[in-house]
Design a protein around this ligand. Structure first.
Ligand code: SAM
Ligand code: SF4
Length: 474
């Protein structure tokens, strides 16, 4: 790791969250329809928005302007990215934690929490269960603890990749864990991870200090803010941002996310791969201050405005939300969702359908099976995708390419989505879901222009159906 700064922080690390400036923007004059349309057309012309322009979208609060923003987000999603939704599942590896984040059931002061760390055999059992449901992409989740050092995280990742059940395999493992130092990122990266996610929780300094007690590791705002910069310096150029909405003013948090995304883009030439926007949910041992919770209408605004502001970043909507809300929000620009999720440690094989609060980090809103979610997505006209191609081929910045390279989606994303969907239908789907899926694939193919790509896809789909070959991708 030559050329790397000896210190803990990234080179030239600064706290780039200028609160006074951001609140100043949010106290600005409300934009009129002409101005909002100007900003929307910039985004639809495939240019990322500035923090100032994002603030103007946040200030637009008449029903008509909000509807225009929603319509623009839908248009951008539909015209640029099409109708694919990537599916994944979370796998909680350990909930021991040295921190005391007031909103989280894993906080060290929550004596009611049942603490557990999966051993290698238990990880394998969980992964086999997930593979037998049809999953190909996982995110591993960890509390912050000395036991969960980079070697441990890397070992867990390797165990997941090595575990194969039937035709099942996990082809991409993402991580949500504490910020690491340079060396730590390099160790974890070497195990073959996809995205490294760190949610800043709240960009608001005073709130951050209040919710993360001073004597805990997570209380260091700058160390966490700088976490993904260190990841870049250590060679992890695939990172995910997030905010836990419901802790501070949501408009301010959106500006925080956009500021962070632009900072990474400017500094490392690559923006974040994904942004997550979880809303605070009830959790064991947690008292929630309801005054800042984000209502459903504002939640949709968050998604739509993020879609327009950072058009080349994937947006992740998790099963914290109910099936109904997820369905209502999907069209605003969501690109990834988890499905069939269980977040109790060992929950895929042990917990049954009931959620045991002492065993999980928060309460899930959508506990439907993967098959059920797949069926609903397809009935609504979406193409569920398990594609992991860009990551495996080493094409980094996949969302950026989808967005900016003409023909990229037609040539790569849609064929890969259809082929991974076919694998699911053949190997794991219920008869009903399989019927819906085959019909959808036929319709999608009918829309393909005649030519080599279509012929190639038809041939490969046939191979998958006949069980001659799996795991095709372009
Ligand atoms: N322990 C690591 C950390 O804090 O960075 C890993 C992440 S933690 C296991 C995953 C995320 O869950 C947190 O970053 C936080 O945003 C979210 N979370 C915590 N408590 C929550 C709650 N009550 N409702 C919804 N999300 C919550
Ligand atoms: Fe620990 Fe993460 Fe929960 Fe904070 S959010 S208590 S660091 S698991």
């Amino acid at each position: 790791m030559s050329g790397m700064p000896a210190m803990n922080l990234s080179e030239g690390a600064v706290d780039f969250i200028d609160e006074a400036y951001m609140f100043g923007l949010l106290a600005g004059k409300k934009p009129d329809a002409v101005r909002i349309r100007e900003i929307i057309s910039k985004s639809l012309a495939k240019t990322a928005l500035s923090v100032e322009e994002t603030a103007e979208l946040l200030l637009a609060d008449t029903p008509e302007l909000i509807e225009e923003i929603f319509a623009a987000a839908r248009e951008l999603k539909k015209n640029v990215y099409g109708n694919r939704i990537v599916l994944f599942a979370p796998l909680y590896i350990g909930n021991k934690c040295v921190n005391d984040c007031s909103y989280c059931a894993f906080k060290r002061s929550n004596t009611a929490a049942i603490r557990r760390t999966l051993n290698e055999k238990e990880i394998r059992e969980q992964v086999e269960c997930l593979e037998n449901k049809g999953h190909k992409r996982l995110i591993l989740v960890f509390g912050e603890h000395n036991a969960y050092d980079p070697e441990f995280i890397a070992k867990s990742v390797r165990t997941v990749y090595e575990t194969k059940a039937g035709h099942g395999e996990i082809r991409r493992v993402n991580i949500n864990a504490a910020p690491l130092d340079h060396e730590g990122y390099a160790i974890v990266k070497a195990s073959g991870i996809g995205t490294y996610q760190i949610f800043h929780e709240t960009y608001h300094h005073e709130t951050y200090a209040r919710l993360h007690p001073e004597n805990t590791r997570k209380s260091d705002y700058l160390y966490r803010l700088d976490g993904l910069s260190r990841a870049f310096e250590a060679g992890c150029d695939d990172v995910g941002l997030g905010v836990l909405f419901g802790l501070a003013d949501w408009k301010f948090e959106v500006l925080g996310l956009v500021t962070h995304a632009l900072y990474l883009q400017q500094r490392y030439n690559v923006g974040p791969h994904t942004i997550s926007f979880p809303r605070l949910k009830s959790a064991s041992g947690v008292d929630i201050d309801e005054s800042l919770l984000v209502n459903d209408e504002d939640f949709k605004r968050i998604i739509a405005i993020l879609r327009l502001a950072v058009p080349y970043t994937g947006l992740i909507l998790t099963a914290r939300e109910s099936g109904e809300i997820r369905r209502a929000c999907m069209s605003f620009g969501v690109s990834q969702i988890d499905a069939g999720s269980r977040i109790e440690l060992g929950g895929y094989t042990e917990a049954g359908d009931a959620q045991v609060m002492e065993r999980e980090q928060f309460k899930l809103g959508d506990v439907r099976s993967l098959d059920e979610v797949m069926g609903e997505l397809m009935n609504d006209g979406y193409v569920p995708s398990f594609c992991t191609s860009c990551y495996r081929i080493g094409r980094t910045g996949e969302h950026f390419m989808e967005f900016s390279i003409p023909g990229f989606i037609k040539e790569f994303c849609t064929p890969n989505a259809l082929m991974t969907l076919e694998e699911y239908l053949i190997d794991y789907a219920s008869p009903e879901t399989r019927m819906i899926g085959e019909k959808l694939i036929a319709e999608e193919l009918a829309g393909f222009p005649e030519g080599d790509i279509k012929q190639d896809v038809l041939l490969r789909l046939q191979e998958i159906r006949e069980g001659r070959n799996r795991d095709h991708y372009f």
